[in-house]
Design a protein around this ligand. Structure first.
Ligand code: 13P
Ligand code: SF4
Length: 302
């Protein structure tokens, strides 16, 4: 962080001048997460914060679908993302036309989409969920069968927790799909570590771990359990951000970084505030339908 101080100071000054709120996802690097963010959280937390935000300007440090959700929930505000190319392999695994085709194949079956989707896919969905509330959202549909998109592994995890039958898609998170059961066992056997994983990991990894949850839920679990050693089987900025909060815990890292999250830097956050770029826009027809699906999620909460 010391190396970054001049950038952090410059951003914090400019942020005040602009009256901006900086929101950062749990996978942003520590200098962003601890240095310039006003609000941090998982994707549900950031969506809730955008819906409740008083400022007219939001800088979303995260990936594109997160900035899009903020804009959908706060259409009268300016939402900037420091790099428009910060995508997500799950969001790019499915299109609105794919969702329409699935509906045609399964008439009358409601569609629940993961927040990690484009606004156009959200607009075709009945409700949105994140990993923090997927089971609750699926069950709230009141149906025996639900189409659940697009993360196959999250879908399989949700299916293991509910009696609702799920129709799944074949999307994968390019970061979490790379973790292996062997890495998890290694962390436990070699380091006597407890294991916590994000539900985007493959089922054989989730079968090895002590706790499965969203990025915020992992932090809450650490507060409760205070383990001596833990391996967070998720994007490794998570451990970097939590380390200072849990000085008595040793973090064992199997480390995979998300290349999309890492596109956001102090330099492009500064440029974003200086030049008021890149504003995220969602066409009104898509926005209105996507908002209805997102609001169904917000009504359920965590
Ligand atoms: P969370 O909803 O847990 O923050 O996860 C979002 C994400 O992109 C995980 O890879
Ligand atoms: Fe998408 Fe995976 Fe990156 Fe999360 S970690 S933004 S799911 S690619």
């Amino acid at each position: 962080i010391p190396l970054h101080l001049p950038w952090i100071d410059a951003i914090n000054k400019l942020k005040k001048q602009r009256g901006a709120v900086i929101m950062a996802h749990s996978y942003q690097s520590p200098e962003i997460f601890h240095g310039v963010a006003d609000i941090t959280g998982d994707s549900l937390g950031l969506a809730q914060a955008a819906a409740d935000c008083d400022a007219d300007l939001i800088v979303l440090c995260g990936v594109h679908f997160m900035a899009e959700s903020a804009k959908i929930l706060a259409p009268e505000k300016t939402v900037l993302i420091p790099d428009l190319e910060a995508g997500c392999s799950l969001a790019s695994s499915i299109t609105a036309a794919d969702v329409r085709a699935l509906r045609a194949q399964h008439p009358g079956v409601p569609v629940v989409s993961y927040a990690n989707t484009s606004a156009a896919v959200k607009a075709e969905s009945d409700a949105i969920c994140t990993s923090a509330n997927a089971v609750q959202v699926v069950e709230s549909m009141g149906a025996r069968k639900v189409i659940f998109l697009p993360d196959e592994y999250l879908g399989r995890h949700v299916a293991s927790q509910t009696r609702v039958e799920l129709v799944l898609w074949h999307g994968r998170c390019e970061v979490h799909e790379r973790f292996t059961a062997q890495q998890a066992r290694h962390a436990r056997e070699q380091f006597d570590a407890m294991l916590v994983a994000h539900p985007e990991c493959p089922p054989e990894v989730l079968a090895e771990v002590d706790f499965v949850g969203s990025t915020t839920a992992m932090g809450k679990w650490l507060e409760r359990e205070k383990p001596a050693r833990v391996a967070l089987i998720t994007e490794c900025s998570m451990a970097d951000n939590l380390r200072s909060q849990f000085p008595a815990t040793q973090f064992i890292k199997p480390c995979n970084l998300c290349p999309h999250m890492q596109r956001i830097t102090l330099q492009n956050i500064y440029a974003c505030l200086r030049d008021m770029k890149h504003a995220v826009e969602v066409p009104a027809d898509i926005r209105v339908r996507a908002r209805a699906a997102l609001e169904r999620m917000l009504a359920i909460g965590r």
